[in-house]
Design a protein around this ligand. Structure first.
Ligand code: ADP
Ligand code: MG
Length: 755
């Protein structure tokens, strides 16, 4: 037992020494020192890195590269770096903590060691004591052996003594137990410490790895930064080089420019000198200008007033000439109309209408000469009878051809506003236009529509609203001409409308249409006729006249039970009086335009009419033949003209005699059934126009045109040109432009013979 206890003790001592060597604080301390050294080294490195970083930042601040793409990256890297620094700081704090822990553990270890030493010393003492007792016991045992008797006893003693030893052993054992426990505890502590050491080693390794990682990162960032800086440097150099080369080029150009400017300056200098000179002279001129201006203004004023005076006198002269020319024109126009014949006879054939019916009765009996628009052929009872008038309008002739289209346009000319009347005149209407001009000039004019009922008299004179007739168109012309002359003339236009029925004259515009009016001689002894009580309306436009027409028409409708019947039995007269005053000369003119829609010319009386019809027919016949007689007498220039034979001719006496102009529109129906009436109408027409003027009267008339000036004007007006010739074989003169030349030729012949 003692041996085994000894062995155990030895073992434990060995164990303790091993533990001591193992636990030896020197290892941990060494480790800590190592860590501290490592830490110091890392700190140094960090410091160096920070220094480097600061240097880099300074460099960057010194050469900031604006707009550099690396700037952002650099900022990112710096951010990373600061992150890393933060992490390193944290690691450092952790390290300090660990160091503190290690220190604490080392202290505790030292304490434990101290305690262990004490307990070991105690154990050694105990062992010593035990070994001593063991020796004593052995000695006792040996002495006892030599005394065998006593041995039993001794054994007993030994036993007794061994009980004591046993107790001591027990104590020692408990003590040993305690020590063992202590050793176990120490082992436990050691184990814990080892574990702590291991964990701290692990943490250290981790930290080291992290530090290494950070270092690598730092290294990489550093490398990157260096690379970027290198690139930036290169770029900067390149930019500098480029800028330098550009600057060199620009410099060269500037130098060249400078040289050009220098040469320019050299050349400009003389120009500048002359300019300065000019400027000085201009300055002088400006100084003298007001005086000069005054002088010039004075002379200009004098010149202008002289010029104005001259213009005035020229104007006066022109005005005088203009008036003379006006008079001349008027005379010429009148002479022209007179030469053409103051009395003109036109024929108009209406188209076949529904009213003509159908069959042979409605067949066309009228044909025209393709080459002569004054000739008309009538097929009567199988025989063709030809008539020649001044002009013949076929059925297809439009109202415009018979009338005229008038356009008035305003024109600015030399500061004054002129009204130009543009006449879209079919040649045939020139007659009507000439008559309107004559009326404005102060001549009296009559336009008659003659023919059997239904031959188109009213159509020709009045027309329809959409297609107006001569009345409307002649009045349009009248107004537009009057407007054109408004600058010099004041015109007053009045209208009257009358009707002659059964030789009774009635006022269509009066309050008492049934009242019969009388035609009387003017009491002033001028020989002029007038109708007391005949209403006159003053009109200023065609619209006014239309209103008057309507008024008259309404009256006629209300007064008559059968207007158509009545109108064919009566003569309807529209009398337009044009009174003019030339403002510059004070000359007064009065012209009358009588537009007469005659009663139907059919010979009702001969076909056995009775009573009122017979009376009407007699009156119509009488008045129409009186009209024929008057015109005949006028045209053949008879001494006596039977005006008083009818109310119509008597009323129109002053518009038929003297220098008055007359146009007779003979209306004709082309229908077969009307041929005998047509024949009568055409005979009437031919009778009034076929009168040749006697050579003596013509000569006498032409005698007043001896001056060369008038001859020239006449020639011009007749539209005569040296090359034009009259158509051969035509005995009668004709008014149409084609035939005007024959008339002018005959006039020329007559002029020639009259010398
Ligand atoms: P009047 O007055 O001679 O009795 P109207 O003028 O009343 O005859 O004409 C009779 C008919 O013939 C009317 O219906 C009219 O419209 C028509 N007429 C007359 N002349 C023409 C013409 N040139 N073109 C077309 N229709 C016409
Ligand atoms: Mg009629």
């Amino acid at each position: 037992q003692v041996e085994s206890l000894k062995a155990k003790l030895l073992e434990q001592a060995q164990e303790i020494s091993r533990l001591r060597s193992e636990l030896g604080g020197t290892d941990a301390e060494k480790h800590r020192d190592l860590l501290a050294a490592e830490n110091e080294r890392l700190r140094q490195e960090m410091k160096a890195c920070e220094g480097e970083l600061r240097e880099l930042q300074r460099q960057q601040q010194q050469a900031p590269c604006r707009d550099c793409p690396h700037l952002q990256e650099n900022a990112g890297l710096q951010e990373q770096l600061s992150q890393l620094q933060r992490e390193a700081e944290e690691a450092r704090a952790k390290l300090v903590e660990l160091e503190l822990e290690v220190q604490q553990k080392t202290n505790r270890l030292a304490e434990v060691e101290l305690r262990l030493k004490d307990s070991l010393a105690e154990r050694a003492e105990e062992e010593e004591r035990l070994s001593r007792r063991l020796r004593d016991s052995q000695e006792t045992i040996a002495s006892l052996k030599s005394q065998p008797q006593q041995i039993k006893y001794i054994i007993k003693t030994v036993e007794v003594e061994s009980a004591k030893a046993k107790q001591a052993l027990c104590e020692t054992q408990s003590r040993n137990q305690y020590l063992l426990e202590q050793v176990g505890m120490q082992k436990q502590v050691l184990k814990e410490m080892e574990q702590q050491l291991q964990s701290s080693q692990k943490t250290e390794a981790q930290l080291r790895a992290q530090i290494m990682m950070y270092e690598a990162e730092l290294e990489r960032a550093h490398g990157q930064m260096l690379e970027e800086m290198q690139a930036m440097e290169e770029e900067k150099n390149r930019a500098i080089e480029e800028a330098f080369s550009r600057a060199q080029v620009e410099m060269k150009a500037v130098h060249e420019n400078l040289a050009g400017v220098r040469t320019n300056l050299l050349t400009l200098q003389p120009a500048l000198r002359t300019l300065t000179h000019d400027y000085n002279s201009l300055k002088r001129q400006v100084r003298d200008f007001p005086l000069l201006l005054q002088e010039t203004l004075r002379s200009a004023r004098a010149e202008i007033s002289q010029a104005i005076e001259e213009v005035h006198s020229t104007n006066r002269e022109l005005l005088r000439k203009y008036r003379r020319e006006l008079q001349l024109r008027k005379k010429c126009h009148n002479e022209l109309v007179r030469l053409k014949g103051n009395i003109r006879v036109f024929g108009r054939v209406r188209p076949i209408t529904k009213e003509d019916g159908e069959g042979p009765e409605a067949a066309n009996a009228v044909t025209f000469d393709a080459d002569d628009d004054a000739v008309l052929h009538l097929l009567h009872k199988g025989k063709q009878v030809s008539f020649e008038l001044d002009k013949v309008f076929p059925p297809q002739a439009s109202q415009e051809e018979v009338g005229a289209t008038v356009h008035t346009v305003g024109v600015r000319w030399g500061g004054s506003h002129l009204l130009l009347t543009l006449l879209c005149l079919p040649q045939v209407f020139q007659e009507v236009q000439a008559l309107v001009t004559s009326c404005i000039d102060g001549y009296n004019v009559c336009i008659f529509a003659y023919g059997q009922t239904g031959a188109g008299k009213t159509y020709t004179m009045e027309g329809t609203a959409a297609n107006p007739g001569i009345n409307q168109r002649a009045l349009q012309l009248l107004f537009s001409e009057v407007r054109g002359k408004a600058a010099d003339w004041d015109y007053t236009i009045t209208v009257s409308a009358a009707e002659i029925y059964n030789e009774a004259l009635r006022d269509l515009l009066g309050k008492e249409p049934q009242e019969k009016l009388e035609i009387k001689l003017c009491p002033d002894g001028s020989g002029q006729l007038y109708v007391p009580g005949l209403t006159e309306f003053r009109v200023q436009s065609v619209e006014d006249i239309n209103k008057v027409f309507e008024f008259g028409h309404v009256k006629r409708v209300t007064e008559c039970t059968n207007l158509n019947e009545h109108s064919s039995r009566s003569h309807a007269l529209l009398i337009v009086t044009v009174r003019g005053l030339d403002r510059s000369t004070g000359l007064r003119t009065t012209g009358k335009l009588n537009l007469v829609d005659l009663a139907g010319s059919e010979r009702v009386g001969r076909s056995g009419a009775e009573g009122s019809r017979l009376r009407e027919a007699q009156h119509i016949n009488k008045s129409l033949s009186a009209l024929g007689d008057v015109i005949y007498a006028l045209r053949s220039r008879q001494g006596h003209v039977p005006f008083r034979n009818s109310k119509l001719t008597y009323l129109l006496q002053d518009s038929l005699s003297g220098d008055s102009k007359t146009l007779m529109m003979v209306q004709v129906s082309p229908a077969e059934k009307n041929t005998s009436e047509t024949l009568c109408s055409l005979k009437f027409a031919e009778r009034v126009r076929s009168v040749e003027l006697g050579p003596v009267s013509r000569k006498a008339e032409l005698g007043s045109w001896t001056s060369q000036e008038h001859l020239e004007v006449l020639k011009t007006l007749l539209g005569d040109s040296p090359g034009s010739t009259a158509p051969p074989g035509r005995a009668h003169t004709s008014p149409s432009p084609g035939q005007l030349s024959s008339r002018s030729a005959s006039i020329r012949r007559k002029l020639h013979t009259s010398g």
